[in-house]
Design a protein. Sequence first.
Lengths: 232, 232
Amino acid sequence: MTDPVVALSAFSTIPDGGLDDSEPMNGRVYATLRAQLMSGAFEPGEVVSIRSLAEKLGTSTMPVREALHRLIGDRALETRANRTIAVPLISRAGFRAIAEVRVALEGLAAERAAKHLSEAEIDRLDALTQGMAEAARLNEPQRYLALNTDFHHSIYRAAQNPVLLDLIEKLWVQAGPQFNFLFHTVGVPMRTIAPHEAIIAALRAGDGAGARQSVQRDISESIPDIVETLPV
Amino acid sequence: MTDPVVALSAFSTIPDGGLDDSEPMNGRVYATLRAQLMSGAFEPGEVVSIRSLAEKLGTSTMPVREALHRLIGDRALETRANRTIAVPLISRAGFRAIAEVRVALEGLAAERAAKHLSEAEIDRLDALTQGMAEAARLNEPQRYLALNTDFHHSIYRAAQNPVLLDLIEKLWVQAGPQFNFLFHTVGVPMRTIAPHEAIIAALRAGDGAGARQSVQRDISESIPDIVETLPV
DNA sequence: GAGCACAAACTGTGATCACAGGCTAGAGCC
DNA sequence: GGCTCTAGCCTGTGATCACAGTTTGTGCTC
């Protein structure tokens, strides 16, 4: 099975997943923790302490506290009333709020991407989708998730709007911990690849409006499955 | 003239503009610097150093470096190749990229707000707009800006989607330094209030689609004026 | 007078310490 | 036996120091 952290490194803003030695430690810690959050390594509601993370990562507390504060700014972590830092518990309403914004942003990104994607890149999207079908058949949820992430992210990157890409990533990081943790514990069902094939068809036709609609439907249809598994 | 920082505090996520003594110092420094960036207190391209800011704010370097790293995460500041921290210079393409996302997000927010705004709140929006007309007539750009910020932000708050509000604020903070600095130096022309009156009319009619269109037109029409003043 | 080199003064970063507040577990008392 | 208070541990936060890298400015040399 594909290592989820490594697989998700393609999703990180920072090349090489933040493993560059010349980069400051705080940035590397940030990239590492972000990837771990996205891969469901932390349980929603879990308290993360600066000192314990520093010990686990083999550094002093300084880089960790800077990284944690950045993640708090990203709403990927939150400070509680006691001022302890924890992984947010996302409510059903909160998840729907995120989904509503995702529909707007990722729809826009898909529409713009339709004008920039080359035939070769669309072929790659097709390969990713076929890989998802295989992962679903073999019941490999981690691989399924990694491929799905790569699929969507590749499209949004093709929109060639760094601001848009940045905000979409922020939303994924916000929902990621809850989503991915549920995915590999409770077990969210892996859906069919039909929505992705609709997206690919629209992209191949250069149909921006169609790509937008297909992506928006893909997101909207996935909401109930996930909301259902949320406790609140 | 209204103090821009105080006027903008209504725009901050943190109540009281972060002046609460019980709140940690790093949060107060963050709120202060964010407000100062939004009011154009820093020149785009200007290098801001941790130690000098700490001395100016009367604290040690610790709260400042945490605040600066949060602002870097918000893309309100950037680290240069030398690893010094500076206020970003936004290119014309960069400004258009932000505007494109603003159109999507603020259009969505306006549409949702149309379903929630009360008559009294719309009356307040009307009063803000009349104030802008007066500020334009009396040539008070700072007051004009503060009222404009309050106007838009009030609408987006009414959308009752905290995730959406958060992202919109992030975009304003990104563009704010460049925009507001240009505004009170080069002097961006103050526009007529016609677009705002169209927004108010749509909101009063509960016309979500109309509110979306009006807000999107308001943003789109303001772009050329600003882009024109950008150096690159 | 122009160019080069060295030194001083910055820069951000990592580490460490002290401290106040909150939580918990255990001992002592009723 | 059950309740309460206290002592100890853990939390994040602020401050301070050392260090490596870069920039800047000055003085010396050619």
